[in-house]
Design a protein around this ligand. Structure first.
Ligand SMILES: NC(=O)c1ccc[n+]([C@@H]2O[C@H](COP(=O)([O-])OP(=O)(O)OC[C@H]3O[C@@H](n4cnc5c(N)ncnc54)[C@H](OP(=O)(O)O)[C@@H]3O)[C@@H](O)[C@H]2O)c1
Length: 347
């Protein structure tokens, strides 16, 4: 049984991030800083690879071995459950829904929005690494969370585990953020680096896939949807905007040719896919575009899977955060940071 007072987690999604998070929680003793994180996973759901549920807490180490060997959860396990995520969200007893399912552009953030809404309506906290709910339903979900006295946290949605949202909220108090810009999509950044070194666009996509950053179908990255979703989350959460990814102007990395990269190089510049949210009159606009930046601009220094975000504020001025060589543990840490914040909010 989870100890009384321990946070009971429901994981919706057991892909790269879900399994990495489970691995860290399973080996919690190896991380002295996690000694205070008293959490037990009581449910795991997937899209089509089975589910587990155990109110006493799932043995994560054995769940990971099972998943690795069988590539899915099967009835051979005593904690196997015939549950979909909607059923788990509505029926299981948990404290925090951890939303780790994929970003769905075609579904405009669904079904994750429904999962998050369902958990909040039951008075459960939500931690999401999935941008969809915050990009397409930010106002509704944050209002619902407030009404129900629940936390809705999403540190891992932008820049993996780098504490972008907590830093901006707690470290920039009193400032108005005028502009946010950054290099925030790994696939397109890896592609541009490869093309600068002479690769064709197709070879560049293949290199991003080999680096494990591009999806098997990399369209969401290439067409700028992943970046547009990040712009929407940042603008909504930190600039009071009401933007959805559809309202963010997008330029595809496919518009960047080897010739254009070389021409920028000859002017002492690089081309980067830059995410931008900025005030324009009384509104906040969002944009993802291939921008020529001088080689000494920090935006130009972002290599490979790294990322960088710059805040332009009215009092502090300009403030930049960079993340170097993130891996899946970096993203899992974003979720863990949110779990600590939920724990504090319950104290
Ligand atoms: N990878 C990163 O470094 C990173 C960084 C920041 C944010 N994120 C975000 O974190 C989320 C997870 O990323 P990932 O890399 O772990 O993705 P992934 O490897 O594609 O895994 C997605 C998981 O979600 C499951 N799933 C699909 N539909 C579901 C549903 N309706 N209910 C519950 N689970 C469902 C999938 O199960 P099936 O395989 O059975 O469909 C799979 O287990 C995504 O939203 C991603 O954008 C990822």
């Amino acid at each position: 049984m989870p100890q009384s007072g321990s946070m009971r987690l429901l994981l919706a999604g057991f892909g790269n991030v879900g399994r990495t998070l489970a691995g860290i929680l399973a080996e919690r003793d190896a991380y002295p800083g996690l000694a205070d994180l008293d959490a037990a996973v009581v449910g795991i759901t997937t899209g089509s690879h089975g589910a587990l549920a155990d109110s006493r807490g799932i043995d994560l180490a054995s769940a990971l071995v099972w998943f690795r060997e069988h590539r899915r959860f099967t009835p051979g396990r005593p904690d196997f459950a015939t549950l979909d995520t909607a059923g788990a969200v509505a029926g299981l007893d948990y404290d925090v829904l951890v939303e780790l399912s994929p970003l769905s552009v075609a579904g405009r953030g669904e079904p994750a929005i429904t999962h998050v809404r369902g958990a909040l309506e039951r008075g459960r906290h939500v931690v999401s690494a999935n941008k969809g709910p915050l990009a397409w339903a930010y106002r509704e979900l944050t209002a619902l969370a407030e009404e129900r006295g629940c936390a809705l946290l999403y540190e891992a949605t932008v820049m993996d585990g780098a504490p972008v949202f907590s830093l901006a909220r707690h470290g920039l108090r009193g400032n108005t953020i005028e502009r946010i810009e950054g290099v925030l999509n790994s696939t397109t950044n890896v592609m541009l680096g490869e093309m600068e070194r002479g690769a064709s666009p197709a070879e560049a996509v293949a290199a991003a896939q080999r680096a494990g950053v591009a999806e098997a179908d990399p369209a969401a990255d290439i067409e700028g949807w992943d970046a547009a979703a990040k712009v929407a989350v940042l603008a909504n959460a930190l600039m009071g905007a009401e933007l959805t990814p559809d309202q963010v102007e997008r330029e595809s990395v496919a518009a960047v040719t080897v010739t254009r990269l070389a021409a920028a190089g000859s002017r002492g510049c690089r081309i980067k896919m830059v995410c931008e949210a900025f005030r324009d009159g009384g509104t906040v606009r969002g944009r993802v575009r291939a921008r020529e930046v001088r080689r000494d601009d920090p935006l130009a220094l972002v290599e490979g899977t790294g990322s960088l975000i710059r805040f332009v504020t009215d009092i502090l001025g300009t403030f930049t955060v960079a993340e170097e060589r993130p891996d899946l543990a970096t993203t899992a840490y974003g979720v863990i940071a949110d779990l600590f914040a939920v724990r504090l909010s319950r104290a």
